[in-house]
Design a protein around this ligand. Structure first.
Ligand SMILES: NC(=O)c1ccc[n+]([C@@H]2O[C@H](COP(=O)([O-])OP(=O)(O)OC[C@H]3O[C@@H](n4cnc5c(N)ncnc54)[C@H](O)[C@@H]3O)[C@@H](O)[C@H]2O)c1
Length: 618
């Protein structure tokens, strides 16, 4: 208990004693009449009953712990405790009066009980009303402009946070209560603040304490808890913040922790996957690994994670000079420089790819270099094909020529029944690696997944920029949905897929439930403390050419097989006549692209990707 709290409780106790004296004086004077020398005479005459009355009352009030909570935290239970204690002590006093021989104590006791209950009750009522009135004063009139904050989690992080906020007014946050799911802490006072109860009491506590902010102070909080608290805070019209952050699953320690905004990614991402470290370590340790598109969002994360498994050499290949520079600078900070090398090269150049592969002779290849923007690829069929199909073919041929053990193509859910050019080129790349799997020693596989959070020019950064500019936020259709996953999670699963591949598989990552982009936009506005459609508008712009309402993760003809990891599935298409035909079509497509025969290119693309047959390709 801190000094402020102890002082408040002592004042309540003293006011109660005064109230009891007042009740007694009033009851005695009305019952027996006021003596000529006034109250002094009254107290002298009835000193024994007065001492007994005060003694019995104080003893009972303390015994039932009526001063354990502050008046502002009173609950129904506290009220029952108070009036129960008064009832018991007045019964005991009646017993005392009859023992000392008072002939008619019942009326006196009745009056006394009413006066005492009124005195103690009215005092508490006045304090409660004054407290509530103070709480609901306009913010500017309250002392300072600090926002009232409820701390979720009364453990060491929560206690540390309360001290931090109390000592640092510049944070502009005033802790007012705790919420904690531990039933043992309920209604206890910690650091002077009441633990109101479990998380479902957030709306009640926010209203009672007029709180504007809820701060989650649990270092290893899971994402489903963050989502639940966010929903409860919406109900309570509060914003949510988080104390402390986890980077690379390591808690940085209380002293380094800061108060952070909750990002939409925190609400979307699922709980961290457990990786089969041993199988990935076996795959990578001591090997030469080459990552194409290593400067991109997925490629660079592949490089980070691969470095943790101690490859003999990591070759980071990309044609983006600045991106290559950035990833090298980053890796230099954490890893031995001799363990990785950059390779500034374009996958479209077959000879260059052959030279690179002969130079490094990689054991494992992750192929993430591609053009990925759906709308941009629409009017650029040949360009998309050169990069995503011819480029892939160059890397594939070079891999076979120098005996790469495993080749993993990074594919996308847009390759399933594609209705756009980008998706079609990725589907053709999938067909290509499945064909090549049958022709050499190299094992080829592809891994498909949906949108990753925070990749270059993806939906969240775009909506974020629109939000910062004051809106409107644009979505192409109210019902459009997409799958989401974090880049580190996707890459962990890509590595694990590579460790279990036999050759010819298309791995599909479990992306959880698809998310409605309209809901995503609404959530982002709420996270910014604004009201959707009132403060920021959401504009529906209409589906773009080739854009689907919902993405799928597998084709109807593919058989879904589970793997040792419940977040990785494998699609095993049977070898069929159609596959043999697609091999010939692929070879012809590669020739036609080189020969720039546009009409034949369009025809071959439509034959290889039947879902494009009904649409005109430019
Ligand atoms: N971003 C997503 O949400 C997502 C989801 C699922 C699958 N994928 C797939 O993963 C792959 C990579 O996506 P990303 O988000 O990392 O894209 P990105 O644009 O961030 O990275 C791609 C990288 O490839 C490089 N590149 C492109 N063409 C090249 C060429 N001809 N030669 C050398 N380097 C070249 C680019 O410079 C870039 O650094 C794509 O095939 C994409 O379809 C992406």
């Amino acid at each position: 208990m801190n000094i402020k709290e102890a002082t408040k409780k002592t004042i309540t106790f003293l006011v109660d004693v005064l109230g009891l004296i007042w009740a007694l004086a009033l009851a005695l004077s009305t019952h027996y009449g006021m003596p000529a020398d006034g109250f002094a005479g009254l107290f002298m005459q009835y000193r024994l009953p007065i001492i007994a009355y005060l003694g019995i009352n104080i003893f009972t009030l303390l015994l039932v712990r009526c001063y354990d909570e502050l008046i502002r935290d009173y609950s129904l239970f506290s009220t029952i405790k108070l009036f129960g204690a008064l009832a018991i002590s007045h019964l005991l006093f009646a017993l005392f009066m009859s023992v000392i021989g008072d002939t008619q104590p019942s009326l006196l006791i009745l009056n006394l009980t009413v006066y005492a209950a009124a005195a103690l009750g009215v005092y508490r009522l006045i304090v409660l009303v004054a407290f509530q009135a103070l709480l609901h004063l306009p913010k500017a009139n309250r002392s300072g402009h600090a926002k009232r904050a409820i701390i979720f989690g009364a453990g060491s992080a929560g206690k540390y946070l309360v001290d931090m906020l109390n000592q640092d007014p510049s944070k502009q946050l005033k802790p007012v209560a705790f919420i904690d799911d531990d039933p043992r802490l309920e209604r206890k006072r910690i650091k002077g603040l009441l633990v109101v109860g479990p998380r479902m009491l957030i709306p009640y506590a926010a209203k009672k304490y007029n709180a504007e902010v809820i701060i989650i102070a649990i270092p290893f909080v899971d994402n489903s808890t963050i989502r639940e608290i966010f929903n409860l805070c919406n109900e309570a019209n509060c914003t949510v913040k988080r104390f402390g952050n986890m980077s690379n699953l390591k808690f940085e320690g209380l002293a380094k922790s800061t108060i952070n905004e909750i990002r939409v990614e925190d609400l979307l991402q699922r709980d961290v996957v457990r990786l089969d470290l041993e199988s990935v370590s076996e795959l990578v340790k001591g090997k030469t690994v080459l990552v194409t598109g290593g400067a991109g969002s997925i490629g660079s994360e592949l490089c980070r994670q691969i470095m943790d498994y101690k490859p003999r050499l990591l070759v980071i290949l990309d044609f983006n000079e600045n991106g290559l520079f950035d990833i090298t600078m980053e890796l230099r900070k954490n890893y031995y420089e001799g363990a990785f090398e950059t390779c500034l090269a374009n996958i479209r150049e077959r000879d260059v790819m052959n030279e690179v592969f002969q130079k490094y002779r990689p054991d494992i290849v992750f192929h993430a270099a591609a053009h990925k923007h759906v709308p941009m690829m629409e009017g650029n069929l040949r360009e998309a094909l050169i990069n995503n199909v011819v480029g892939t073919n160059n890397v594939v041929e070079a891999s076979i020529a120098c005996g790469v053990e495993r080749f993993m193509l990074i594919s996308t859910d847009k390759a399933v029944n594609p209705t756009n050019i980008m998706g079609a080129t990725k589907r053709i790349a999938e067909l290509l690696i499945q064909q090549k799997n049958r022709s050499g020693d190299t094992r080829f596989a592809a891994v498909r997944f949906g949108n990753v959070l925070g990749s270059h020019s993806s939906v969240i950064p775009i909506l974020q920029r629109q939000l910062q500019a004051g809106g409107p936020l644009t979505v192409t259709h109210k019902d459009v949905t997409r799958y989401f996953m974090t880049i580190p999670e996707a890459v962990q699963l890509v590595l694990e897929s590579a460790s279990i591949m036999q050759g010819g598989e298309i791995f599909v990552l479990d992306m959880g439930e698809p998310i409605r982009i309209y809901d995503l936009a609404t959530t982002m506005i709420k996270l910014a403390g604004l009201v959707p459609e009132k403060d920021i508008k959401i504009e529906v712009t209409g589906l773009r050419p080739g854009e689907k309402l919902h993405e799928e993760l597998c084709l109807p003809e593919e058989t879904v097989v589970t793997t040792s990891n419940n977040k990785i599935y494998v699609m095993r298409p049977e070898i069929s006549e159609t596959d043999m035909e697609s091999g010939a079509l692929l070879a012809e497509l590669l020739d036609s692209i080189r020969g720039k025969d546009q009409a034949r290119i369009r025809e071959l693309v439509q034959r290889l990707v039947p879902s494009l047959q009904d649409r005109k390709i430019c």
